[in-house]
Design a protein around this ligand. Structure first.
Ligand code: HEM
Length: 379
């Protein structure tokens, strides 16, 4: 492994058979033309933020060009998946009255769902690199939701929840994210210079990265996941989302983990012959105290203050997800927190930034391009 690649891996910590019809994928990409979101009454955007967001969107394309010089690009973040699985998402029959909002409006309502498990590393790398564990992702797409949607894509009636395996995101705000993105581009994804001069904001990033490095996962189906950033919960409330596996089982990380050990663990758990369903409780943490931050995505909301409430059950039945058809669809499908109902509008600076960036990354990787060479595999 080259020095550049291992530095990059250290940096990376920061970061039925279901068919998604082609028209739906095109419809979701069409959201690229949507204009920037209106600020909600809960948000305060610092001066100059819109300009910084525009810069990050432009840098995202440049980063993809740098990483994929031969032309066949993957996702800007979370390019390596462990599998896309079909699931069902059922609103709890006994969901308390005041949580019946948006996709949770009807007790007992079931949605088919598509879930993609991933690593956050911005490039393809073994699941456990020399630098230790990276952040893990779980992206959930509910299909056939009802209500006004945010991006106004024709035909798209989906609600995405993008979750990571810790309750705090690694960067508090847009200006910190701009700084790290410039450094990624200048240093081939080696972000160590970002920490050259520590500030209180960078201390927050360092603290989250330390947690990521202490949080390894033996099987993606056995980890909790968190939205980290906040969302509207109807017009007058704000919430964060999370999921918790119902089983306490914890598969140990293998002593010599293979390149794709997380996919292998998932395949074993969901083996149609010997596997069993993976069940998660989906939770909502209402912002019941004005002191809980909205504009700092590293800030956890203490569960003692804002108690998570079970609102839905997510069930993944045993299945063969590791087949060429599903692997291809997994690469094509696009998730963004902005695929969803206006009732669950993403809020806060990091979410405002995600509006344009995910669309740009998805647009770039989906555009037809003739390769200039054969893709370079890291293993
Ligand atoms: C609370 C903060 C965040 C969380 C929880 C989060 C989570 C995720 C997850 C789980 C995925 C994988 C989606 C999939 O499986 O397709 C993803 C993708 C992605 N994220 Fe984030 N993310 C966060 C912040 C950001 C920020 C600040 C940026 C950059 C501005 C960013 C850029 C991206 C990009 C470019 C993709 C790939 C989009 C595509 O090509 O489809 N994320 N994120």
């Amino acid at each position: 492994m080259t020095i550049r690649r291992s530095a990059s891996i250290a940096a990376a910590a920061l970061f039925t058979v279901f068919t998604i019809p082609r028209q739906a994928i095109r419809a979701e990409q069409a959201g690229a033309d949507a204009t920037a979101p209106q600020l909600t009454k809960f948000e305060k955007a610092p001066q100059g933020e819109a300009e910084q967001i525009a810069q990050i969107i432009a840098l995202t394309t440049q980063l993809l060009q740098m990483r994929y010089p031969e032309g066949m690009a993957r996702r800007g973040v979370h390019p390596k998946d462990h599998g896309c699985v079909k699931a069902t998402f059922t609103v709890d029959r006994d969901i308390p009255e005041n949580y019946r909002v948006g996709v949770f409006a009807t007790p007992g309502r079931t949605y088919p769902a598509w879930i993609r498990f991933s690593n956050a590393t911005p490039f393809l790398a073994p699941d456990l690199g020399k630098g230790g564990p990276d952040s893990r992702g779980m992206a959930i797409k509910l299909i056939g939701v009802e209500g006004d949607t945010l991006l106004n894509e024709p035909g798209a009636k989906t609600q995405d929840f993008l979750l990571i395996n810790l309750p705090g995101f690694a960067f508090p705000n847009v200006s910190e994210y701009l700084e790290v993105t410039k450094i990624q581009l200048a240093n081939h994804d080696d972000i160590r210079p970002f920490f050259a001069q520590m500030t209180p904001e960078k201390e927050k990033t360092r603290a989250v990265v330390a947690k990521i490095k202490q949080t390894n996962v033996g099987n993606p189906l056995e980890s909790p996941y968190f939205s980290a950033a906040p969302f509207l919960f109807g017009p007058d409330r704000v919430a964060k989302f999370s999921v918790t596996p119902r089983s306490a089982e914890k598969t140990p990380v293998p002593e010599n983990p293979g390149t794709n050990y997380l996919r292998e663990a998932m395949k074993k758990s969901l083996d149609p012959a010997i596997g069993k369903p993976a069940v998660f409780d989906f939770k909502v943490q209402l912002r019941n105290d004005d002191s809980l931050p909205i504009e700092d995505a590293t800030a956890e909301w203490p569960e003692t203050t804002a108690t998570p409430q079970n609102v839905a059950t997510l069930e993944i039945d045993p299945q063969n997800f590791d087949n060429p058809f599903q692997v291809t669809e997994c690469e094509h499908v696009a998730f963004t927190p902005w695929h969803g109902l206006t009732a669950h509008q993403p809020i806060g600076g990091i979410n405002r930034l995600r509006h344009g960036v995910y669309i740009e990354s998805s647009k770039f990787r989906h555009q037809p391009k003739e390769p200039t060479g054969f893709p370079k595999w890291p293993w």
